[in-house]
Design a protein. Structure first.
Length: 251
């Protein structure tokens, strides 16, 4: 399932080569078929499917149509960290930023995503969209002594292309990974640009084994219900016990 998602995202050839998947992509008939559908507010989210708008107009941005979470930026949260309530998040990547190289490990389901303090001049958490505040809040919730995974929203991961704002759904992610300690899954690292030195986050997520995010669950999330009848069992297991049942190439 992960392989199909990466193939469908039509990543630039250098990115594909760097991950050693180019040959597999070229052999994959599923990619050739290129499953692309017009996003609607009633659509399920199926891993590997590319969702497009009816046009390139910002009002037809597919991720916002699918999740009602905003039509711009890499972090798109429905809710507020300040209110200690975030119902869902879309994480959007192009896999094309060589300075901040988001990456997806097909074999383990591990997804590495960089925060939004990508230019000097601001504090680590002082970003316009609050992405780094969101990362700090979500990862703190899974590591505090009285674990608060019930507060953590599902992260819907998309790879963005461009034509009609097309975006391929890569899966539902939870913060952290089974082999990552709390000192490893969210790391603030320093970088230098010119004469300026600044920090940004590198965050590790796990893409869970949820092939399809059903509209019933998404609707519950939009209404503020985190774990209800329509939530996938894999997500409930993670919330209740912290078990990461990851999506992998074999899956």
């Amino acid at each position: 399932m992960i392989q199909r998602a990466v193939a469908s995202a039509k990543l630039p050839l250098p990115v594909l080569r760097s991950r050693g998947v180019l040959a597999r992509v070229l052999r994959d008939e599923w990619m050739a078929e290129g499953q692309r559908i017009v996003a609607t507010s009633k659509s399920d989210l199926e891993v590997g499917t590319t969702y497009v708008g009816e046009s390139s107009d910002i009002g037809h941005e597919p991720i916002n149509i699918l999740l009602s979470c905003g039509n711009m930026g890499g972090f798109r949260a429905r809710g507020s960290v300040r209110k200690n309530r975030v119902d869902l998040v879309a994480l959007v990547t192009t896999f094309a930023d060589s300075e901040w190289p988001d990456r997806l490990d097909e074999d383990t389901g591990r997804f590495t995503y960089f925060g939004d303090n990508k230019k000097p001049g601001r504090d680590l958490h002082d970003t316009s969209r609050g992405g780094n505040q969101l990362l700090r809040w979500a990862f703190s919730a899974i590591h505090v002594q009285d674990q608060q995974r019930h507060l953590v929203p599902p992260f819907f991961v998309f790879a963005k292309e461009g034509e009609n704002r097309a975006s391929t759904f890569l899966g539902v992610a939870a913060p952290g990974a089974p082999d990552c300690s709390e000192s490893e899954d969210l790391v603030a690292s320093w970088t230098t640009r010119g004469n300026d030195r600044f920090q940004n986050y590198r965050a590790v997520f796990t893409i869970l084994d949820i092939p399809v995010a059903r509209r019933g669950w998404i609707r519950e999330l939009e209404e503020g219900e985190h774990v209800e009848a329509n939530a996938p069992a894999v997500w409930i297991d993670w919330v209740e016990s912290g078990v990461y049942r990851s999506a992998t190439r074999a899956g």
